[in-house]
Write a protein that binds this ligand. Sequence first.
Ligand SMILES: CC(C)(COP(=O)(O)OP(=O)(O)OC[C@H]1O[C@@H](n2cnc3c(N)ncnc32)[C@H](O)[C@@H]1OP(=O)(O)O)[C@@H](O)C(=O)NCCC(=O)NCCS
Length: 164
Amino acid sequence: MMIRAEIAVDEASIRKVNEAAFGGRDEADLMERLRAEGAVLLSLVAVEDGEIRGHILFSRMWIDTEAGALEAAALAPMAVLPEYQRSGIGGKLIREGLRLLQDERIVIVVGHANYYPRFGFSTALASGLESPFPREGFMALELQPGALEGVRGKVRYAEAFGIG
Ligand SMILES: CC(C)(COP(=O)(O)OP(=O)(O)OC[C@H]1O[C@@H](n2cnc3c(N)ncnc32)[C@H](O)[C@@H]1OP(=O)(O)O)[C@@H](O)C(=O)NCCC(=O)NCCS
């Protein structure tokens, strides 16, 4: 399996992966809005046998603190074709994404509480952050050790998410 950056001709396949994994158009539509807004930090595809079977996207977000806005990366959406789930594709996409985002300091995800902690995400690291999401699925990861130490503030997503 190969993981590489998204290129323009991948767009339809990425939409297909997201629609199949999520059972609707919302995530694929969200990606179009993120691209239009220029908020995409990194978009990777997993290719096997010439087919795009997985996709992950990171976008710019902020933590508004009393001292100003801190930049962070939002992990969303992420999807693997249903017939290829639970074979490690998602994990490879996350690990490669985090490796390529080494200039970032903080990554935030909202998702399965039993999945993301294995990559270093934790609810404890996100405890100083205010978000509209339930605490148990709202997780953060430090790409630079201590990046979230003492950080208190409200998260602000790209406009494309339509949050807040
Ligand atoms: C979540 C997702 C991207 C993971 O990709 P993947 O390639 O299946 O993941 P991996 O093979 O690396 O890891 C498998 C682990 O993911 C977790 N997992 C996968 N799907 C899950 C689900 N629907 N609910 C809870 N955990 C899930 C399990 O812990 C699984 O481990 P196990 O097989 O030991 O139980 C993929 O399952 C998917 O596209 N799901 C539908 C869309 C979605 O929910 N996206 C994420 C939004 S947070």
